[in-house]
Write a protein of this length. Structure first.
Lengths: 175, 445
């Protein structure tokens, strides 16, 4: 499929946000932006859907809580009741305060680790993956914006992008 | 000026409430005392074997002594009834003390929060400074009220603190060992130092804040920065000692090393919640148009976070004592779990589970009525917290949230609102001259 993409390079994050707003107002389509660091407010400026990772985190926390309850119940009550400090060991609820630190820790553990793994999977990141960013300078100090140019006049778009403050523009033509 | 006039109207709205409640309180306070005496004498008449037992327990004792066949039994019962009578006599005082301390602690918590904003040079909060200053205005009347109650205890008008009773101390070696710290004059001197210090810091911070409105440079801001830092050092030491003196010493045998922090968490979260509620209220009336949802969001984050912090400290204290199971320590929790089960465990629901579930979602923290609703539950929960801290030591199992308790809360709520809204009228609702005010106005999350 033939597609034309312009790679516009910006050198400042405030400038980038301004440019994103102008480009979206002009009804051009931004494919992706590569940044050396997270830019505050960029997701809203680009009109991306809000992240749902908080919901997954909450659910993972619940899973962790359930696992810890089942685990402590099995280890300390069902399988091998132990008399520690004379605490009642035949009932989960009477012994519950002693398990709270473990319940808390496993909740946090599950929420944190599974959230990170979810994030990597959603971002399609895994070990030995080849880097996707088209210009290595985006890992250093420049911001690169992909603007879809398939159905637009490239010269007009280029001029428009320079007006928004782009420092250099490259045409990528996939024929 | 317009804002000032409108604020005064609020003051008047709060005032009649206040006066009515004063009357109600006076009536119920006396009623409570009489009721206590009457109730316990009724029990005596019904249950004691001997006839003609009079209302006064002194007479009961003589009767019991005279009636040889029932002497032992009656004497034992008398002791119990006398105990209950004392508890019931303590009840209205305790109700008064709990409510007085609760509203005082709100304004103290707000002052600490306010000082932290200065010391941290926070950029988001200056639009809320006048609200915070107004709430801290209650520090002076509230502090005086608490001090008067403590003084009355010191002069044996009431019996909240059993270590103040020389008879008890004479038979109690543990308290005897503590008398170099727990004695009435030193206790009152300490209370005066804490209160004086806090009120002085509050006064200076407020004065500089008002001067800042006219100032052209940052001199007063720098002064307040230093004052706030000094206050925080003074505060964390005195707050801790205050909580030992005013609350922990109600149970003079028991001690906990993180008690100061625990009380701090409670007063801090109550204070922040009050800031949020009053800000939202004023905003809904159109006075704080410069406060946006992001400010409310931040306050709600603090409510959420400090609620968890409170639970963390509550649990840390509870679990160590529960686990080690040393009689002299664990008795503190046994009385609370057996005599106050609903409040003791219910507190965890209102102060932890409820705010955590309701304020967890980022969007809910921006929904104002949601924050108000959660805030009211948190405030009730922390009232119960103070209640459970104080009541078991003063009234034991004879507790009940009845007319004295509720009217004491209403009385101080009325006074609190009157002082706070009256103070809001005294200065423009937006600080000027604070170097961060522009950032704060444009603050968005």
């Amino acid at each position: 499929m033939a597609s034309k993409v312009l790679h516009a390079i910006y050198r400042d994050d405030d400038l980038l946000i301004q440019a994103v707003k102008q480009i979206r107002e002009a009804r051009y389509h931004i494919g992706e932006i590569y940044c050396p660091f997270p830019v505050h407010g960029l997701d809203k400026a680009m009109g991306l859907a809000p992240t749902r990772i908080a919901i997954t985190s909450f659910l993972y926390g619940l899973v962790g809580l359930a696992v810890s309850i089942a685990m402590m119940n099995f280890i300390m009550i069902d399988d091998w009741p132990q008399d520690i400090g004379g605490k009642p060991s035949f009932s989960f609820f009477q012994n519950m305060p002693a398990f709270v630190p473990i319940m808390f820790e496993l909740t946090v553990f599950f929420a944190a680790h599974l959230m990170v793994i979810t994030f990597y999977m959603r971002s399609k990141l895994w070990p030995f993956k080849k880097a996707e960013n088209p210009d290595v300078r985006t890992t250093d100090d420049v911001f690169l914006m992909e603007v879809d140019a398939t159905n637009h006049d490239v010269d007009d778009l280029t001029k428009f992008l320079y007006d928004t403050g782009a420092s250099e523009i490259k045409l990528i033509d996939n024929k | 000026m317009i804002v000032g006039a409108i604020g005064l109207i609020y003051g008047f709205i709060a005032a009649p409430e206040n006066v009515e409640e004063v009357k109600e309180m006076m009536a119920s306070g006396h009623h409570g005392d009489e009721h206590g005496a009457v109730e316990s004498s009724e029990i005596n008449v019904e249950q004691l074997p001997g006839e003609g037992i009079a209302e006064e327990h002194v007479q009961e004792e003589t009767h019991a002594a005279g009636d040889a066949s029932h002497a032992e039994e009656a004497g034992h019962d008398d002791e119990h009834y006398e105990h209950v009578l004392h508890q019931l006599q303590n009840k209205p005082w305790s109700a008064l003390y709990v409510a007085a301390f609760f509203f005082f602690m709100i304004s103290l918590g707000v002052l600490a929060f306010y000082a932290i904003q200065y010391a941290a040079q926070a950029g988001w909060s200056p639009v809320l400074f006048r609200v915070m200053e107004a709430i801290t205005a209650y520090l002076l009347p509230g502090g005086i009220i608490v001090f008067v109650i403590l003084m009355l205890s010191g002069f044996h008008i009431n019996h909240l603190f059993i270590w103040m009773d020389p008879e008890v101390v004479a038979h109690d070696e543990i308290i005897q060992a503590k008398t170099s710290y727990l004695n009435v004059p030193f206790f009152l001197i300490r209370a005066a130092i804490y209160l004086g210090g806090w009120i002085l810091f509050r006064h200076l911070l407020r004065k500089n804040s008002l001067k800042m409105d006219e100032a052209t440079d940052n001199t007063y801001f720098k002064k307040n920065f230093k004052l706030a830092a000094g206050f925080l050092v003074f505060f964390i030491v005195t707050e801790s000692m205050m909580s030992w003196d005013w609350i922990m010493s109600l149970d003079p045998h028991w001690f906990s090393t993180l008690f100061g922090w625990f009380v701090f968490a409670s007063l801090f979260v109550s204070g922040i919640t009050t800031i949020a509620i009053i800000s939202i209220y004023l905003k809904s009336r159109g006075y704080l148009e410069f406060v946006n949802d992001s400010h409310i969001h931040d306050l709600a984050k603090f409510m959420f976070g400090i609620s968890i912090f409170w639970t963390y400290l509550w649990f840390s204290q509870f679990m160590l004592i529960w686990y080690s199971n040393i009689p002299e320590e664990v008795v503190y929790f046994i009385t609370r779990m057996e005599d106050y089960p609903v409040l003791f465990w219910g507190m965890l629901v209102t102060n932890f589970i409820f705010p955590v579930l309701l304020l967890m979602n980022s969007d809910y923290k921006r929904v104002n009525w949601f924050v108000i609703m959660t805030g009211i539950v948190i405030l009730c929960g922390h009232y119960l917290n103070v209640f459970v801290l104080v009541m078991p030591a003063t009234v034991g199992e004879s507790w009940f949230i009845g007319i004295p308790e509720i009217s004491a809360v209403l009385l101080f709520a009325g006074l609190f609102l009157f002082v706070v809204f009256n103070s809001l009228t005294k200065a423009p609702l937006l600080v000027k001259g604070n170097p961060f005010i522009k950032e704060s106005k444009h603050y968005h999350y």
